[in-house]
Design a protein around this ligand. Structure first.
Ligand SMILES: [Zn+2]
Length: 153
């Protein structure tokens, strides 16, 4: 076990999101609506040394398992993240996140004139036009979207 794993308490059931890019941990919490109001144990470690020259953020959430939408958000915010599912203190599944070809609903277009921001109730759909660079494009208005400015639905 890596020493960094020991910094945060083990959980019985739930999810460990590891290898989040340094500084993105709180962003991930917000995007996944993890706020602790349901009483679950949540441990957050920011700026954990990882390797010789880098740092990472880690989030452990008891009693939560990520849905596809959550995984897609993670892929956009923290593309190097790994998702570890824990059951009865054991790692039962480890997944890397990967960007899908399109992302539906979860982000809002940054163009205020876009029809998805009007009162038409049209769900935003974004095409992932470059997975490496994480460039998204709104399917309706064609705006190229900066992932750091996206707002969540
Ligand atoms: Zn748009």
């Amino acid at each position: 076990m890596e020493q960094s794993e020991l910094l945060v308490r083990r959980i019985k059931e739930g999810t460990v999101i590891d290898h989040i890019d340094e500084g993105k941990g709180l962003h991930v919490l917000g995007a996944l609506n993890i706020d602790g109001t349901d009483g679950s144990l949540i441990t957050i470690a920011l700026n954990v040394p990882s390797g010789k020259f880098s740092k990472k953020d880690i989030i452990k959430v008891e009693n939560k398992f990520l849905k596809d939408d959550d995984t897609n958000k993670l892929a956009v915010i923290a593309p190097k993240a790994t998702i570890n599912m824990i059951k009865d203190y054991k790692l039962v599944e480890k997944r890397r996140v990967s960007l899908p070809n399109e992302i539906d609903k979860i982000f809002r277009c940054t163009n205020p004139d876009c029809i998805t921001n009007s009162s038409e109730h049209i769900e935003a759909i974004m095409d992932v036009i470059d997975k490496e660079k994480r460039i998204l494009k709104c399917r309706y208005c064609g705006r190229i979207l900066d992932i750091n400015q996206l707002k969540y639905n």
